[in-house]
Ligand binder design. Structure first.
Ligand SMILES: *Cc1c(COP(=O)(O)O)cnc(C)c1O
Length: 484
């Protein structure tokens, strides 16, 4: 290394050598055009042929094929490797045929937002760094506050997904109620047994593993029984415990159930509990008029999680959290550091970095702002309603073919099974059916167990899922059934 003890001439000579090599990081306009052309070709080919391809393929990359080659390769070669080793195997989340778990999105306009965010590399963590980027993300949060009838003064953050959004919300609840070491063993959290596992994960991460967890009874549609919740809280209070947090779901992952949000909100208010709602899957269905009444009470939440990369069809990497109590939210996340002294100013808005564990972050707001501004809201709402109608359509087709189906779903997750004389035989039969469906892969479905019954789930949320997708799924299911 040449740094000290060398003449200016020697330094200049070395700089020229280094520049020649490092220049590769700034491709020429012609090269950029060439890369973009190749990428664009790849993307069009991918999107235009997606509907012809299967949604799930078993297999894995050739060992070593993705290992880092320090010599560099051609872009064309790398795209071919990507197609062969990455894009080929597993579930195709971008496909309309993804009806398993909770499908993701991947609308095209978001990729343009990401491209712009990456090229300009705006610093979206701190207002001082990019007032525009932070304001743009603030406007998205304002819009979501309006959608969910949260007060304007509520705070929020765009996160990488629902898990981190839940983590931030539960941390705020912990800090609001000062659940520190001495209080942990007698503090109580109320949950549905159907709560998403990222919630119990967050409880452990934030040091609350040793709190008392109460699982509230569910009704026959897997929704929290509000009366039982209140009975539990009262018993715990009588026993001298410290109930401080209740968590409801606006759309559970397993069955899409929306808990009775208003009834739970009233109980939380009466007993002065922090009310958290996880709407990661179902939240944006509030935009569909027919479903709005089901969300009554969502505005009572102290904190709310929504996942634009699920019910707003964005590509993976965008969740959101809204929180009413500013101090509670900032307690664990705000900071001061000597090297940040230029950025602190009481007159500017609160920066994302002060309400999240992240400092430097992806400017993820642009992938949400751009599509909303480009398309307007109407296509998003129509797409959500389309998913609800497709759910009814799929269920009716299944009944016509002799399948049994779960109760009418709150949203777009439902389940079905082939009936048999006894539970054991039935579970075996449906397990075999599930395996045959996965082997086929035209459309991807997943399974779950509800009270010991093995059922096949359908989760309709991908924006590319259309009537023809459901028809294709029916053909596949019948093919699989014939082969049993
Ligand atoms: C998907 C999901 C989560 C987790 O969100 P990620 O974005 O996957 O981190 C939490 N809760 C519910 C209800 C979900 O469906």
């Amino acid at each position: 290394m040449i740094q000290n003890h060398h003449s200016i001439d020697q330094l200049v000579e070395r700089l020229q050598q280094l520049e020649q090599v490092s220049e590769a990081l700034e491709p020429s306009p012609e090269k950029r055009e060439q890369y973009l052309g190749q990428l664009s070709h790849y993307a069009h080919d991918f999107i235009d042929h997606l509907h012809e391809r299967i949604s799930f393929k078993k297999g894995h990359p050739t060992p070593g094929s993705l290992a880092i080659n320090e010599e560099g390769q051609s872009f064309e070669q790398l795209l071919a490797t990507y197609a062969q080793e990455v894009e080929q195997y597993g579930i195709k989340p971008a496909s309309g045929g993804h009806l398993g778990y909770i499908p993701g999105g991947g609308i095209y306009a978001s990729s343009l937002g990401d491209y712009l965010a990456d090229v300009t590399n705006e610093y979206a963590g701190i207002y001082f760094g990019s007032p525009g980027a932070v304001t743009l993300e603030e406007e998205l949060l304002h819009w979501m506050k309006k959608v969910f009838d949260f007060p304007k003064e509520a705070m929020g953050n765009l996160t990488s997904g629902g898990s981190i959004a839940n983590l931030i919300a539960l941390t705020a609840a912990r800090d609001k109620y000062k659940i520190k070491s001495a209080r942990i063993p007698n503090s109580v959290i109320y949950l549905s047994p159907q709560v998403h596992h990222c919630v119990t994960k967050a409880i452990r991460i934030i040091g609350l593993e040793d709190v008392q967890i109460r699982y509230v009874n569910l009704d026959e549609r897997f929704r929290i029984d509000a009366q039982h919740l209140e009975t539990l809280i009262e018993a715990d209070k009588t026993a001298g415990l410290n109930p401080f947090l209740v968590i409801a779901s606006a759309g559970t992952t397993d069955t899409g159930a929306v808990d009775p949000l208003e009834a739970i909100g009233n109980i939380a208010q009466k007993h002065k509990l922090w009310y958290h709602i996880d709407g990661a899957y179902g939240g944006f269905f509030i935009l569909v008029d027919e479903k709005k009444p089901m969300f009554k009470g969502v505005e009572m939440a102290d904190s709310l999680v929504i996942d634009p990369h699920k019910s707003l069809f964005l590509p993976y990497g965008t969740g959101a959290v809204l929180i009413k109590d500013k101090e509670a939210l900032m307690h664990s996340n705000h900071y001061t550091a000597n090297y940040m002294q230029d950025t602190i100013n009481d007159t500017v808005p609160i920066s994302p970095a002060e309400v999240s564990p992240e400092l430097t972050k992806h400017f993820r707001g642009l992938r949400m702002w751009l599509p909303l501004q480009l398309h307007g809201l109407a296509p998003f709402v129509a797409c959500l309603e389309e998913k609800l109608v497709l759910t009814s359509y799929f269920r009716q087709r299944l009944v016509e073919e002799g399948f049994q189906i779960g109760p009418a779903p709150d949203l777009s997750v439902s389940y079905f099974w082939l009936p048999a004389n006894d539970l054991e035989t039935q579970n075996k039969l449906n397990q075999q059916l599930m395996e045959a469906i996965h082997e086929d892969g035209s459309v991807f479905l997943s399974s779950t167990s509800l009270d010991g019954k093995f059922v096949i789930r359908m989760a309709i949320l991908a924006f590319r899922t259309k009537q023809r997708t459901i028809d294709k799924a029916m053909e596949m299911i019948l093919r699989a059934k014939r082969e049993l």
